[in-house]
Design a protein around this ligand. Sequence first.
Ligand SMILES: [Zn+2]
Length: 439
Amino acid sequence: MVLILTGCSMQVGLLKPQMQTAAPPVVVTEPLSGAGQGASKMDASAADDTAVNETTPDETNKPDTSTSDTGQTAVDSGKEPTSGTDNDTEAVTPIEPDSVVTSVTIAAIGDVLIHRPIYREAEQKDGTYDFSSVFKLVKNTMLQPDLLIANQESMIGGKKIGLSTYPSFNSPFEVGDTLKDVGVDFVTVANNHTLDRGEKAIQNALKHWDELDMPYTGAYKNEEDQSHIRTITRNDITFSVLAYTYGTNGIPIPKGKDYLVNLIDMQKIEADVKQAKQISDVVVVAMHWGTEYQDFPNKQQQQLAQQLADLGVDLVIGNHPHVLQPPQWVEGQDGHKTFVWFSLGNYISSQEGTKKQIGGIGYIDVVKTTVGGQSTIELTNPGFMPTYVYFSNWKDYRITPLEQTKNSELAQANKQFKATMKHMKSSMPELSLIHPIAS
Ligand SMILES: [Zn+2]
């Protein structure tokens, strides 16, 4: 069935959290045959979701469910109940069926990598940590998308086991508290630093994420925890979020504890994606991959992206190179289109050098259209807001929107901003620039 939606212009980054999008006008180019009226995969699975699920009321946006009534009236009357001009029937076939269109703006940020100068500056007199000043200038922007996913690169194992920096990170719990406060809805924790400080740091971190009611994926407490695919629901669209890393910096995974971190293993990924498709509308996969400091994806990233597209993954969030790599649509075997952020760079770190200090927030809209019990998902309208990690003498850490970064903070800031957008658009001229929201 071909549906033409009108009036469906999504403002990326401007949708308020939990906002329900009203159903726009729908034009049906062929009459509803009544085929495919059975419950869709999505509808059936939504109720099944017991995990992290933050379900919004399922039915709030649905118009009158008595489809046959309204649909039938339109067909029978043809708006000219008494005419009886049967010859015109074919020309008058357009029906206004009950349709529901909801949308979600899903956004992602790159590596959250807490080097020593960052946690040193955040330390308070009473020994606790406060990272809020780092995010102050981007907080309002980060609060906008319906769903925001972060890559927590350094485990938040807490102060008790000793904080540490590169090459073996352990970060304060309070990093998590701040991420929650600035609008992060989900953290991915499979990366090359997951095992830096061993099982204790991972278990402490996961416990803290649980205390914050922050869903995590990619590292797990035990096998049972790992077997449970994470989902999150916004505006009646359910997302599964999976995460994998290429490796763990040579640190072996403790025997019998594979659940501590998900490695990139296509067999496992395939099985997970299959399961994820059963319980969600949209499958998101975070990949920790690529070559550090490379501006473009390497061959392996491209091959993996193709494999993920072939599996029918909807969105890939790539990280690890510490610099931005341009996003791309990748078409799978069956024509399925996958949107791939190859690398979103560093969102917060103390790595020095312009490219390593530039990261950003990547946006895309997910639109779910349900007609006659059948749902379709479309990803559309990708956008990007570049950011810059400012610091001076290993102090004053703050993430600033690159568009607003001053020359005193970054030499030729405007030139860097333009060059960054040009780079990110290199495979996709339609990638829109997202402007920051004032703090
Ligand atoms: Zn990494």
